[in-house]
Design a binder for this molecule. Structure first.
Ligand SMILES: *Cc1c(COP(=O)(O)O)cnc(C)c1O
Length: 463
């Protein structure tokens, strides 16, 4: 399998060539030259496979430059009960007949990003070892992504992580999660500014091409193809758990921000997984809901991005969305380049009519909806859900179809968003075993002013 850019560059690249890359050189995103089809017999054969072996089967369709026995060892090292809490890895939690949550948030940082990042950590260590290279990952985080990256890369040979976060602005739980890591290759830098300051420093360092090359600076952002590919697996795992025959269809509702999670659902559907609908759920930041309702894509500025109680969905533009638009427009790279080069755009009538062929529908949810849905889920189903999953469940209930099971992806555990749980139910969400007193652990963090030079000097001193 080879990979091409969404913006017209037809140069074909192998999986391991793009594994450590971000954007394609022409500014596009990487996609496989075509989607491998999974036929009825294959899907039947996959029923009953352990998650790690299902992951191996799916990854094998996309990766032909890692020997099969190595790839199987990698998936088996990644998807273990010890790391993800259950044998099924992403178990279903039934709410009522034909409605269930799919649990994606039982990894080390209690959010679904672990599902992909844990695999990425293993793949990076493997590939860097094979090449005899090292990589210094530089990133900015306001919460979930940074901690998922640190837990995936901790102790990995050949990888260092430098993670910038806004000093004093993450929740005490999030700070404790990241700063309690004592691994020598993990570096927390708390910048005396806001998240945008952190991001500006990362950009400034990355734009210094000489520094970047000399110090082998890389990223783990959400447009990385390997992360998306890892997420395709749990759509298959959810479908196989929810059905007994391939005649049955399933719909998924996905709490969405950067469109990474639901884009993996799109890939699974393109591979032939019997998915009826992909329901995109947004919060007040409804760029994606607006697009799926109207065909207008209108990214917002930072000033128009609302801070909400489902903060991991507070995005102004959806970085993975271009991949879907490439498929929607018949893989016309020139047209994709023109649309995304212009910032926002409106599809023509014919293109708009085509959206339904891909199974996409959408809805949005607000703070009051989250509170009401957290209460409803607790009272009616006896399940405590987090704010992002509540956005999903709210929208899912508006899109159920008779005879089709609806799976709502649970993207975080309520313990991470305790304040809103207290507001909704006046109870304290339980913490998984071992995390009860995480705030009391010793912290490993360096506080710094908003100063690119200081960050560069720190990196130089620690590689
Ligand atoms: C990142 C995140 C999302 C949004 O996922 P995207 O892939 O950006 O659409 C939703 N919920 C939680 C808890 C997250 O961490």
């Amino acid at each position: 399998m080879k990979y091409i850019s969404t913006r017209g560059d037809k140069t074909e690249r192998a999986f391991c060539e793009i594994l450590l890359e971000g954007l394609a050189p022409d500014g596009g995103l990487y996609l496989p030259v075509q989607y491998p089809k999974v036929d009825d017999a294959t899907l039947t054969k996959w029923r009953g496979l352990a998650y790690a072996d299902l992951a191996f089967e799916i990854l094998s369709l996309y990766i032909d430059d890692i020997p099969a026995e190595d790839l199987r060892a990698i998936t088996r090292r990644t998807y273990t009960e010890a790391v993800f809490g259950t044998q099924q890895i992403t178990p279903l939690k039934a709410l009522e007949p034909d409605l269930a949550l799919q649990a994606l948030s039982n990894g080390p940082t209690l959010a679904f990003k672990d599902m992909a990042m844990q695999l990425l950590g293993q793949l990076f260590e493997y590939e860097l070892g094979r090449r005899g290279e090292t990589l210094n990952i530089l990133g900015a985080t306001s919460g979930d992504t940074g901690s998922a990256a640190e837990y995936a890369m901790r102790g990995k040979a050949g990888v260092n992580v430098f993670m910038l976060s806004p000093h004093g602005r993450m929740s005490p739980f999030q700070q404790a999660q990241m700063f309690s890591l004592q691994d020598a290759n993990i570096h927390n830098i708390a910048v005396e500014g806001v998240f945008d300051d952190c991001q500006d420093i990362v950009k400034a360092v990355s734009n210094d091409l000489d520094f970047k090359r000399r110090h082998k600076i890389g990223t783990v952002n959400s447009i990385n193809w390997a992360r998306l590919l890892a997420q395709v697996v749990y759509y298959f795992a959810g479908y196989l758990q929810a059905t007994t025959s391939n005649e049955q269809k399933v719909s998924f509702t996905v709490p969405s921000g950067n469109f990474g999670n639901v884009c993996a659902g799109h890939v699974a559907r393109m591979m032939g997984l019997p998915i009826a609908q992909l329901v995109v759920a947004t919060n007040e930041n409804d760029v994606l809901d607006e697009f799926f309702r109207t065909g207008v894509y209108r990214p917002r500025g930072t000033a128009d991005t609302h801070e909400t109680s489902s903060p991991s969905m507070d995005i102004s533009k959806a970085s993975n969305f271009e991949r879907f638009v490439f498929d929607l427009l018949g893989r016309d790279g020139a047209r994709v380049k023109a649309l995304f080069g212009a910032g926002g755009f409106e599809l023509n009538a014919q293109e708009k009519a085509h959206i339904a062929d891909f199974g996409f529908v959408s809805g949005s949810s607000r703070h009051a909806d989250r509170l009401a849905t957290i209460r409803l889920c607790h009272q009616r189903y006896g399940q405590l859900i987090d704010t992002h999953t509540a956005d999903g469940l709210k929208v899912a209930l508006e899109h159920r179809q008779p005879g089709i099971t609806m799976l709502v992806l649970e993207t975080a555990l309520p313990a991470k968003f305790a304040a809103t749980i207290r507001e909704a139910l006046d109870i304290e969400p339980p913490r998984p075993a071992g995390l009860e007193n995480i705030e009391a652990l010793p912290k490993r963090v360096t506080v710094m002013p908003v100063d690119t030079g200081a960050v560069k000097a720190f990196i130089q001193a620690h590689v």
